[in-house]
Design a protein around this ligand. Sequence first.
Ligand code: SUD
Ligand code: ADP
Length: 290
Amino acid sequence: MQILEKAPAKINLSLDALHKRADGFHEVEMVMTTVDLADRIELTLLSDDEIKVESESRFVPNDERNLAYRAAQLLKDRFRVTQGVKIFIEKNIPVAAGLAGGSSDAAAVLRGVNRMWGLGLSMDELAELGSEIGSDVSFCVYGGTALATGRGEKIQHLPAPPPCWVVLSKPTLGVSTQSVYKNLDLSAAQHPNTEAMVEALKKGDYYGICKNVGNTLEGVTLQMHEEVGQIKEQMKQAGADAVLMSGSGPTVFSLVEHDARAQRIYNSLKGFCTEVFMVRMLGYREPLDK
Ligand SMILES: C[C@@](CO)(OP(=O)(O)O)[C@H](O)COP(=O)(O)OP(=O)(O)OC[C@H]1O[C@@H](n2ccc(N)nc2=O)[C@H](O)[C@@H]1O
Ligand SMILES: Nc1ncnc2c1ncn2[C@@H]1O[C@H](COP(=O)(O)OP(=O)(O)O)[C@@H](O)[C@H]1O
């Protein structure tokens, strides 16, 4: 038996870190949405009681450190499953990029083994279990567009943004989410207007969305890597409607209404970065099991 799952990347249209919590995490308010850049996950049922992970990417571990492995292990342990699974990851999302590639792979495995092992868990139950793997996994279980609060595990679904283009550009460096949060000085941080972003999404107001993008973590990563600021500048000069770093970075995204201008931004960044993508904002909760 084989099951295929898509694992789409996400971008943070807004990310606000409010304060540090007693558990060492930050209380956040984030508006996230999916784009049509995705990893492809192939699950094969194994009669032996084991989990195998394979991927062509040399940047992700092929053992229990892989978030996809940890997702299968979680459901296996929690529901005493004796069958195994082989997980093949076709990696298309840049790694350590601020696009939740690993979290999305884990979420895809939760959805896929739930069906493969006949566990009958709801999306809400899978999302709750996903929060034990990482702060972004709950959102990734659902996909679509949502306001995530708490550590990122409390999800309020929102309407999909109006269709537009997204140009993603990742400099050749990885960023550790932990190091960015560690270096965050909340007293000097920028705080986006999350409420205005949510309102713009509810109204389907593209220019309201562009006006209200913001990311508290951006200043930290900008300090650490000047390439991020250079990419932002390049995108603005090429005519993007909005430019922002996604998550803890280093990927920077442009929002662009018209494809000709998106192509121009893509071409101007292609000469500057190797990992550049021109994708559609998905934003709706499409069936990911195809
Ligand atoms: C920053 C965001 C924004 O969407 O995305 P990425 O940049 O990773 O894509 C996420 O919140 C990342 O989620 P995720 O990558 O799952 O982080 P986790 O593994 O849960 O946490 C990694 C580390 O980040 C810090 N962390 C994470 C989430 C949070 N609300 N507060 C934190 O302080 C903690 O130090 C934690 O040990
Ligand atoms: N399936 C996976 N895909 C990507 N990264 C993974 C995966 N499993 C574990 N990792 C590890 O997680 C870290 C980056 O995770 P990723 O989700 O790509 O970054 P981000 O959280 O910035 O979007 C890297 O250190 C990588 O080695």
